[in-house]
Write a protein that binds this ligand. Sequence first.
Ligand code: AMP
Length: 190
Amino acid sequence: MKNIILFGPPGSGKGTQAIKLAVKYNLLHISTGDMFREEIKNETPLGNKAREYMDKGELVPDEITIGMLKKRVDSSQNCSGIIFDGFPRTEAQAEALDTMLRESGNPIKALILLDVDDEEIVQRILKRAETSGRPDDSNEEIIRNRIEVFNSETAPVFSHYNNKGLAKKIKGVGSIEDIFRRLSVVMDEL
Ligand code: AMP
């Protein structure tokens, strides 16, 4: 059972790599960003609430995010492992995740950080905006706010798992295949 957190700033390639890792290692891919976008598309009350924050590049409040995530994890009891993409993003979310997984007896095996510098991220997200259709990708001010939020609210999650000896870091620049090879080396050692 490999429960893994794929971690990194917005635009670091988490989504792309998580999909590939899920296939190679037979993991369930859970992306809270994708879940919120699905709720928005379906115009649910949760989606309408989440949109208020996402459009500004802010985090959706913990109680909403943790509740949604817990439901998904609870309904995935029989899978062979989960790759978490975009969760946890705050210390409180990390605590909640640890508690959830402790109950199921399958704690987080590793957090893997995709390390990419801020300027590269801005350029990548602006490029992605040409095809993603995401309102939070197309405005440089919102992109910079998302990076700011990552550095202030989300970066402590790295220390949370580093203190448990579970955090790994790989270089998140290069081709998709290069980065996937680096990730696979880490995964194979777990
Ligand atoms: P992402 O697709 O992971 O880049 O997420 C897009 C947006 O969804 C973020 O900028 C947040 O507004 C929201 N979001 C996704 N995951 C979380 C989370 N774990 N906690 C709070 N907000 C989140």
